[in-house]
Design a protein around this ligand. Structure first.
Ligand SMILES: Nc1ncnc2c1ncn2[C@@H]1O[C@H](COP(=O)(O)OP(=O)(O)OP(=O)(O)O)[C@@H](O)[C@H]1O
Ligand SMILES: [Mg+2]
Length: 197
């Protein structure tokens, strides 16, 4: 079993296939009815997003079964390592492609970190628990900013190289839009600098 921030992850079987059961755990600090409602909505939303991303041609787990009441998703088990453990230029390039494809369909990932991707021969996006629909450049910029910040804190030595690889991957899908999103990102970063000054 793996304990995530939001959920418990169990290795299980779906018929004869290895599967993952992701169950969102109750949060005691939330009011009970509100908590149940939130877990139910996030379970439905995540399973839809994972299936939708697959329709866009992105590699995500097959969803086998969803139980909103138990806040459970049973999905394909993806063998491999978390991208955060084996990060490289080509993995960052690929994550950039995932992000750009999602953004071109106006889906914001919401938690774009290497630990939400699994790498074997190919790379698979496994966690879309915080994904949502938005056409705003600011939201797309926030995805990119989070990825940059995580790289800075976990891979400082190679951070700028990996971030450029990510941007190259992003551009390879949609270069025109990236310019505008990066401009937005600069504005957010400047605003933040003034806010803390
Ligand atoms: N389909 C899958 N196949 C293989 N491993 C998986 C799968 N889904 C989740 N895992 C494993 O469980 C971990 C946590 O899953 P996930 O990121 O979906 O949950 P989470 O509650 O959002 O956790 P976190 O807060 O760490 O992001 C993953 O990093 C991965 O190691
Ligand atoms: Mg996760």
């Amino acid at each position: 079993m793996f304990k995530g921030a939001e959920s418990n992850i169990y290795l299980t079987k779906w018929y004869d296939k290895k599967a993952i059961s992701k169950i969102r755990i109750p949060k005691i600090y939330r009011q009970r009815m509100l908590d149940e409602d939130l877990r139910k909505k996030r379970t439905i939303s995540e399973s839809k997003m994972i299936a939708l991303a697959k329709e866009f041609g992105l590699r995500t787990p097959y969803i086998y079964f969803v139980d909103p009441i138990r806040a459970e998703i049973v999905m394909e088990f993806i063998p491999g390592s978390r991208a955060s453990k084996v990060l490289s230029s080509s993995i960052c390039f690929d994550i950039g492609k995932f992000a750009s494809t999602l953004h071109s369909f106006n889906i914001i990932h919401g938690d774009l970190t290497p630990s939400n991707f699994i790498v074997n021969r190919k790379i698979t996006m496994i966690d879309m628990g915080l994904s949502f629909y938005s056409t705003r450049r600011e939201d797309k910029a926030t995805d990119i900013r989070l990825f940059k910040e995580i790289l800075k804190s976990t891979h400082y030595h190679a951070y700028s190289e990996f971030f450029y690889d990510f941007l190259d991957g992003y551009k390879s899908v949609n270069s025109k839009e990236l310019e505008k999103i990066l401009q937005r990102m600069d504005e957010i970063e400047t605003r933040k600098r003034y806010a803390v000054a």
